[in-house]
Design a protein. Structure first.
Length: 166
């Protein structure tokens, strides 16, 4: 069982999460992955909008913590051009760097490619990673009911404007 809270507005977002509050003590250990200590995640971000949303700069900070370990921070900055081209980059406190590029297509379809390199860290096994994300998202701020047309049926015909008796 976990807990999370997310607060979002048009420009600002904040979130906090504890993915396993009871450290998996309630489940059968041989059936689930083993996590000795709970992790805490917190993020904050703000969208700077310019040129009627033709250019958006979106910096974010993500903090990850687990007892007995240093807090890991991730600083990211993303640019959205014309509501369709995404460019971004980031730095993690363990000297990992990354970048991303993507396109936002019509009706909420998004395709993003990300690359991350740990060449500047002490990691020996994994020096880089590639990721392709396909995402579909619709904004809940779009009201689907504003296009409905109400008509009254009388005598087998539909009218565009209802007649009100009174």
């Amino acid at each position: 069982m976990g807990f999370g809270l997310s607060v979002q507005s048009k420009n600002f977002d904040f979130g906090i999460a504890l993915p396993s509050i009871f450290d998996n003590q309630l489940g059968k250990k041989n059936l689930i992955y083993d996590t000795k200590d709970n992790h805490l995640y917190a993020n904050i971000g703000y969208k700077f909008r310019m040129a009627n949303d033709g250019f958006i700069f979106y910096p974010t900070i993500l903090a990850k913590g687990v007892p007995g370990s240093n807090i890991n921070l991730s600083f990211d900055g993303h640019f959205l051009f014309g509501q369709w081209l995404w460019l971004g980059g980031g730095y993690k406190s363990d000297n990992t760097v990354g970048g991303s590029v993507g396109v936002f297509l019509d009706d909420g379809l998004r395709i993003i490619y990300s690359y991350e390199s740990s060449n500047f860290t002490g990691h020996e096994r994994l020096t880089s990673s590639h990721e392709i994300m396909i995402n579909y998202a619709r904004s809940i701020s779009v009201n689907p009911f504003h296009v409905r047309k109400y008509t009254i049926r009388k005598g087998g015909r539909f009218r565009k404007k209802p007649r009100i008796k009174g």
